[in-house]
Design a protein around this ligand. Structure first.
Ligand SMILES: [Zn+2]
Ligand SMILES: [Zn+2]
Length: 335
């Protein structure tokens, strides 16, 4: 019996051969990070390794960290393990981490999306023996319409709001979703942003990400000077005092969870757009099949149901409890 390449500990996913953790949730000496979302890139580690494209956002969010960048596809030896990072298609810089020890290959997918959004580096399947997969949307009800269709819906909604003289107030997570939405808009008017969104825009622009012009909403800005605006803000700001300055605004929210009617209703938004940075049900299946893996570990999401389905398909499937899933689409956006 060979030792497993990765083990699951109370601090996170651990590689004994290389003595490092991947996306650990408690402080460790050496952390490999798949992407900058808060549930994966946490503060307090001794050193960080992430893709060069993921580092600017991590530094912006975590402050002073001892971090090293690696290019997609480059191999690095750590102890007796060889690691490399491969595009996860989740947001700019996001990666799957491939770990090889003694000819055995395991891949930690982090969060991933299989369909190319034309914005971040497209998902790249990596052959492996064992695959650790998220299953945030691991139910057949979660199938995504083509992105162009959703983009048309959002642009038509903005047009409608403008024709009614209303501000279009669109809720989207500040890292990843907001910028992907920006890349999909047909600007018929000015695009205004909440500070949390604009701060991330600036970081991504600084690393060469093409985004349309946006205006940061500061306290001294005169909102009446903007005709037919669309405002992008984090969902948490939408129901609060920040949003009250936009009188007579129509509200929309873009998330994979908008696929569920009950959640749409509870969020009390005028419009829900089904757009996710995670794989849908067919996407999860395609991704897993493309790895050629026999063993699959299911983490955050519908783990039990998804692992059962995988077992029925002949996979050696296991559920792994993790502490991922506190940001973005990971959690159902209701209490
Ligand atoms: Zn994420
Ligand atoms: Zn996550």
């Amino acid at each position: 019996m060979t030792e497993p390449v990765l083990t699951f500990t109370d601090r996170g996913i651990y590689c004994p051969a290389g003595d490092f953790f991947i996306d650990p949730w408690r402080p460790v000496a050496r952390a490999l990070i798949t992407h900058g979302h808060a549930d994966h890139a946490r503060p307090g580690h001794g050193s960080y390794l992430a893709t060069e494209a993921a580092l600017p956002v991590m530094r912006h969010r975590l402050g002073e960290i001892k971090a090293d960048g690696i290019r997609y596809g480059d191999a690095r030896r750590i102890g007796d393990a060889t690691v490399s990072f491969h595009p996860a298609g989740h947001l700019p810089g996001s990666a799957q981490v491939r770990v090889e020890v003694g000819g055995q290959v395991w891949v930690v997918s982090g969060d991933y999306k299989t369909r190319d959004d034309g914005f971040c580096e497209p998902f790249e399947p990596v052959r492996c023996h064992a695959f650790i997969t998220e299953c945030t949307f691991g139910l057949p009800v979660f199938t995504w319409a083509p992105q162009a269709e959703v983009a048309r819906e959002i642009n038509a909604w903005w047009q409608l709001c403008a024709s009614e003289g209303r501000t279009a107030l669109l809720g989207a997570y500040s890292l990843g979703k907001a910028q992907r939405l920006l890349s999909l808009l047909d600007p018929i008017g000015p695009i205004l942003t909440h500070g949390a969104v604009e701060a991330t825009n600036e970081v991504l622009r600084g690393q060469g990400c093409a985004l349309p012009d946006t205006t940061h909403i500061t306290p001294d800005i005169d909102l009446k000077a903007f005709r037919s605006p669309l405002v992008i803000a984090p969902p948490s700001a939408l129901g609060g005092p920040w949003a009250r300055r936009f009188r007579n605004a129509a509200t929309g929210f873009a998330s994979g969870w908008m696929r569920l009617r009950g959640i749409r209703r509870r969020r009390a938004m005028d419009r829900g757009f089904v757009l996710s940075d995670h794989a849908d049900w067919p996407g999860l299946q395609e991704a897993i099949e493309a790895t050629g893996a026999e063993t699959v570990y299911a983490t955050h999401g519908y783990t039990e149901i998804f692992a059962r389905w995988l077992s029925e398909q002949g996979y050696d499937a296991h559920v792994v409890p993790t502490e991922f899933g506190n940001e973005a689409d990971d959690v159902e956006p209701v209490a």
